[in-house]
Design a protein around this ligand. Structure first.
Ligand SMILES: *Cc1c(COP(=O)(O)O)cnc(C)c1O
Length: 249
């Protein structure tokens, strides 16, 4: 399809109207998938929040998503997230920022300065760093316990009794709120099985902390299985924005 550009748009990344149309179409398709998945198991459409994972994509895409009604943005690298959150704030965009990537303890002060929700809390040392940094900044940050469903520590996540230990530690920090649990489905386990395991862990945590109702699960390829297993938040990148090619500075 030819791209028509007026003289004023010379030098800009070509065809922002096209990009808006592309993202609008992709967003419509993702919303339809979420609605159909909710319908299939008798859940209300408003029980599932769509988080647009915008890693590697520019703030101009975040602005388009915001204009199309997406209020929740996910990022997985602190440096990139901090820069984009600042740029989006300067544009006046009202967004909730979700940090979804593996988090080094020494990034705690930075992450609590812009993120409202941190999905990847998986060890006690990180909890105490986030807790003290959030308290010092006068902020309250919602934290999810990232659960490792295959017990492989390489991808991050707490396993076995560590899950409850991390949940207890979050609940014990006055500047942190225990929101619930998060997982990434391991490649070697069918998504439906993996998310069923996560649902069991979520129920266990909720039996002690009734307010910890969030289940962050499901990405572009497996959001249906996640919603079927009770996900309250799906984290979708590729299906909304396209395949990630190169890192955008
Ligand atoms: C990139 C990423 C996503 C989104 O993945 P897609 O397959 O692009 O939808 C979700 N969760 C985490 C933790 C991610 O890093």
């Amino acid at each position: 399809m030819p791209v028509t550009e007026g003289p004023g748009s010379a030098g800009r990344s070509g065809g922002s109207a096209d990009r808006r149309g592309e993202i609008a179409a992709r967003l419509g398709a993702v919303r339809a998938r979420i609605a159909a998945a909710c319908d299939a198991v008798g859940r209300g459409h408003d029980e599932v929040t769509l988080i647009a994972v915008t890693k590697t994509y520019p703030v101009s895409d975040i602005r388009l998503l915001s204009e199309l009604g997406v209020a929740d943005i996910g990022e997985n690298r602190d440096q990139e997230a901090a820069r984009k959150a600042a740029e989006a704030a300067a544009l006046g965009l009202a967004l909730t920022w979700h940090f979804v990537g593996q988090l080094q303890t020494n990034k705690s002060a930075s992450v609590v300065s812009y993120a409202q929700v941190i999905h990847s809390v998986d060890r006690l040392r990180l909890v105490s760093a986030l807790g003290s940094r959030a308290r010092a900044a006068g902020r309250t940050v919602t934290c999810l316990v990232q659960v490792s469903l295959d017990g492989d520590p390489a991808r991050g996540g707490a396993a076995g009794p560590q899950v409850m230990a991390v949940a207890n530690a979050i609940a014990g920090e006055d500047a942190l709120v225990l929101g619930g649990v998060m997982a990434v489905a391991p490649l070697e386990i069918p998504a439906a099985v993996a998310f069923g395991m996560l649902r069991d862990v979520a129920e266990e945590v909720r039996s002690v902390y009734p307010g910890a109702v969030m289940i962050s699960a499901g990405m572009s390829d497996d959001l249906e299985q996640a919603i079927e297993a009770g996900a309250t938040h799906v984290r979708v990148g590729t299906a909304l924005l396209g395949g990630r090619r190169a890192i955008v500075r």
